[in-house]
Write a protein that binds this ligand. Structure first.
Ligand code: APR
Length: 283
């Protein structure tokens, strides 16, 4: 099929036009940026939604400010709040959502270039997205190590300590043990820095799903695609540069509302509904 001229991949900023561009092969190097909003339906609260977000429910830990629970310096002085929270959030009995399965479907269709996620719940892995197509930009509960000597520690050992409310210390150097999630004040994984430049050179369509775009450097990815690459926000609210998009600007498409319903609508437009349901049933 003839591909539309590169200059204006979308004739109008609508999700219908985006779906057309995916089916007619215009978009085949898709990057998906995701945040906590896509796991809310799995039962994991996000961080900043007023009232239900995690940062609104940390009073019992008596923190100086909510993000302190993920601050490396605060953690070294007072690790208890993080471990108590880890106990609540431990990714054990959560299941991927429709959105996680949709990203897996993009991979099966051969059009997923990369999924950059901020989530630490490992639901992308559970949904079957290939590790090489995944960048867990804020790390994950997947691996665990001593923050002092960096010795890797068995995750089961940590889980037992955390669930027994014992502070896990390294048997070699007495350092604190934590899952490899990126705390404020720590560097993002090397993989984030090595892949972003080449990826965004090739990216021909960007999805931004379930994130407030408040945390850098992850949020800066939204400005990395080339100027003619459409950006599709699927989110409860307008965030980041989408807040100031002009109405007729063909660059940005906004689908506001519950991402699970919006993704299902998109799958319908792509005629991928039965395949998506298949993946959802596999769980
Ligand atoms: N459908 C669509 N959007 C949703 C839904 C939903 N069902 N539920 C929540 N959202 C939106 C919220 O409106 C908000 O814009 O998802 C976004 C979630 O934003 P945050 O709670 O800030 O989560 P996130 O953007 O992932 O946070 C980034 O902050 O604390 C750090 O390291 C932590 O990775 C995290 C980072």
């Amino acid at each position: 099929p003839p591909t539309t001229p590169k200059s204006k991949p979308l004739s109008e900023p609508t999700i219908e036009e985006v779906a057309k561009g995916i089916t007619d092969g215009t978009f085949k190097k898709i990057i998906v940026m995701t945040g906590a909003g896509i796991s809310v339906a799995a039962g994991i609260p996000d961080f900043r939604t007023p009232g239900t977000g995690l940062y609104y429910n940390l009073q019992k830990y008596d923190l100086p400010f909510p993000e302190a629970v993920f601050e490396i310096r605060y953690f070294q002085q007072r690790p208890e709040p993080f471990y108590a929270l880890a106990k609540e959030m431990w990714p054990s009995n959560y299941k991927p959502t429709i959105t996680h399965h949709f990203i897996r479907l993009l991979e099966e269709k051969g059009v997923l270039l990369r999924n950059y996620t901020q989530n630490i719940d490992t639901l992308e892995r559970q949904a079957g997205i290939s590790p090489e197509l995944l960048v867990e930009a804020h790390g994950s509960f997947g691996t665990t190590r001593c923050i002092k000597c960096k010795r890797e520690v068995d995750q089961e050992w940590l889980r037992e300590k955390v669930f027994r409310d014992e502070i896990p210390k390294c048997s070699d150097c007495e350092g604190l043990i934590k899952p490899d999630i990126t705390f404020f004040g720590e560097n993002l994984p090397e993989r984030f820095h090595t892949l972003t430049h080449p990826d965004f050179q090739q990216c021909d369509l960007l999805f931004v799903i379930g994130t407030s775009l408040e945390v850098y450097p992850f949020a800066s990815l939204v400005d990395r695609p080339k100027s003619d690459v459409p950006r599709v926000l699927i989110n409860m609210e307008e965030v980041g540069p989408f807040e100031s998009t002009k109405k007729d600007d063909c660059r940005d498409v906004k689908v506001l509302g519950d991402c699970q319903a919006s993704v299902r609508e998109l799958a319908k437009l792509l005629h991928w509904e039965s395949e998506l349901d298949e993946l959802v049933h596999q769980g």
